[in-house]
Write a protein that binds this ligand. Sequence first.
Ligand code: GLU
Length: 507
Amino acid sequence: MTEKSAVRVRFAPSPTGQLHVGNARTALFNWLFARKMGGTMILRIEDTDIERSEARYEDQLVADLKWLGIDWDEGPDVGGPYPPYRQSDRLDIYREYAERLLSERKAYLCFCTEEELQKDRERAQAEHRQPIYSGKCRTINPEEAQRRRSNGEPCAIRLRIPERPIRFHDIVHGEVEFSSEVVSDPIILRSSGMPVYNYVVVIDDALMKITHVIRGDDHLSNTPKQVAVYEALNWPVPEFAHLSTILGGDRERLSKRHGATSIANFREMGVLPEALANYLALLGWAPSGGTREIFTPEELVKEFSLERVTPSPAVFDMEKLYWLNRHYIKQQPVDSIAAAARSYFKQAKLLPESPDPATENWFDKVLALLISSVDRLDQLPERASLIFNYEAMAALAAPDNSETLNWRHTDAVLSRFTFKVLEDDLATERKLTSDQFKKIVNEVKAETGAKGKELFHPIRIVITGSHSGPEFDKLIPILEEGSRLDLPKHVLSVRERVEQFGKARCE
Ligand code: GLU
């Protein structure tokens, strides 16, 4: 086994909802960096918001990450050298370090009530000032403060921010500086005893020996508070890399308004994990030299570098994701997507819940016929309507077909073709083979003088309802075989279609 490098990164989601593209990209960049550097990837669950955190979201998150192809070396499910990996199991640790900061006078007790703080905030707002803490309890004598605490007076613990600018280095944004006034003394432990994100994140990152904090740039303004905690505890400050915001097509921050944004949404749409991971990697990162866009996970690992992450916002381009998805759909062996594809047909009540081997075999052919025409697997049942939903009346009335139906030879082609397919010797339960079909088409050609699209477009309309579509060689056996299977929705055979078409034409 090769020796692991010292690089340690973490993905630290809060299980308060679905995994969205922004967080999934953060997870992916951490993973790519860890794998590229031969380092360690850690999953830490940040569930200190007890009201909003739910175990089911944690399960969903883990499932979504695995589906995307992201794995981790340490985490709540796999353990590791710095447990526990779920913040709600680490409360004692946070309290211990808060007391240490208190005893070292790096933090102080704050007795301000929520009402007082709210009033301060409102006043600041009215005076167009930053709503920062007044510093009222900063000067309370520590012994006096301890006495008040022992007497049961509710109090929070606040970190004392030094009166000098706070600086840190960010791989994406360069040198960053915040003045101490905008940071103001943050609460690290609430009067309820619950610790605050900006504090716990540092305790965990330091104790878990995280070397690089890679996350969304919505946390950039939290970072000075976190740096202040590292400094107060005399701990080394890690490298930061804040990833750019993801925008929708209208250049507003990507949100539910823009449609699908959660990983579950994309999975349900039949976006393949390879396509989504490939697309997410291109959100704010580009490989060196060139405009290449298609990468397997292995290639991404090889190419990835944090130095090539850009600070400017990334625009989420659904069409490009679909384009990539189409590429991956076409590229994969049909049987590797057959199970996922089947589920859409079951949902649409076109396939039985547990298809028998003959049906499965037939369905694989249906899939092979249609797969190159879709961007997403959920479009398959609609694309399969030429197999499952035949409506001769609709075909005759479709504006799209009217040109073909008015061609000079069309009537003759339709009449000869219909007649030949329904001729007595064929009008039995015997299967119409591709060869028989070809023979008929050739006879129609000879008898009517129609050729090329004059010949094929009308015949296509009779068989599928549309003048364009897949090759007859593949389609005819599918229709014939399908018509003999016991499916929830009967597939019409060629003969049944021709019959229906003939009747509709007479009406
Ligand atoms: N739990 C935080 C979030 O989901 C993590 C932020 C961080 O990575 O520090 O936004």
